[in-house]
Design a protein around this ligand. Structure first.
Ligand SMILES: *[C@@H]1O[C@H](CO)[C@@H](O)[C@H](O)[C@H]1NC(C)=O
Ligand SMILES: *[C@@H]1O[C@H](CO)[C@@H](O)[C@H](O)[C@H]1NC(C)=O
Ligand SMILES: *[C@@H]1O[C@H](CO)[C@@H](O)[C@H](O)[C@H]1NC(C)=O
Length: 164
């Protein structure tokens, strides 16, 4: 018991400055880590779900797809909520939380109809009432004729991930 505690303390003390919480699928020569967690959605093309570069986490544009079966949630609130939950899952996988979000970009095919739902979802998720800076844009089309896509950037702090 004591031995393993000491080992843990040593491992923590000598951890690399920016070590993400989980094992990356790929690390580039300069240290960009690419992640496609098994419990996340399946990427729908030649792209990855997330990268960690230094102490910054970049989550790919997330849509309202259920990771359990890769099918799209019902149009409207369930779809939009699931998109944000998919982003949250990845950020937490990397060791950040919603409060560590430094920027959100939302794309929607119908500003009038879906922006209020995006707002409601954000109010639910950022319970403290402190929201990350956001850009929201109406676009003519999203992949699979989807309605909303959200892209988040997160910060891991100067010491790297919190949950190494
Ligand atoms: C990425 O890594 C995770 C965790 O090690 C693994 O479960 C998953 O299958 C890998 N994904 C790919 C596409 O290699
Ligand atoms: C996919 O999974 C979600 C919940 O995980 C469920 O609500 C939905 O009905 C499933 N869809 C299909 C097509 O199986
Ligand atoms: C809300 O505030 C608490 C305490 O300050 C903090 O730990 C938590 O991360 C915050 N959550 C969000 C989503 O901002």
């Amino acid at each position: 018991m004591k031995f393993s505690t000491t080992l843990l303390a040593l491992a923590t003390a000598f951890a690399a400055p920016f070590v993400a919480a989980q094992q990356a699928n790929f690390t580039s020569p300069l240290g960009v880590e690419i992640y496609n967690p098994a419990d996340g959605i399946d990427a729908t093309g030649p792209w990855s779900l997330m990268s960690v570069a230094g102490n910054t986490v970049y989550v790919a544009g997330m849509r309202g797809i259920y990771p359990s079966n890769n099918s799209m949630a019902e149009v409207g609130y369930p779809r939009i909520k699931q998109a944000f939950l998919n982003m949250q899952y990845l950020a937490e996988y990397a060791g950040a939380e919603l409060a560590d979000c430094s920027r959100v970009v939302v794309y929607t095919t119908d500003m009038f109809r879906y922006r209020p739902i995006v707002n409601a979802v954000q109010e639910e998720l950022w319970k403290n009432g402190t929201y990350p800076p956001r850009t929201i844009i109406e676009v003519s089309r999203l992949n699979q004729d989807d309605i909303v896509e959200v892209e988040g950037t997160f910060y891991l702090g100067t010491g790297g991930a919190k949950y190494v």
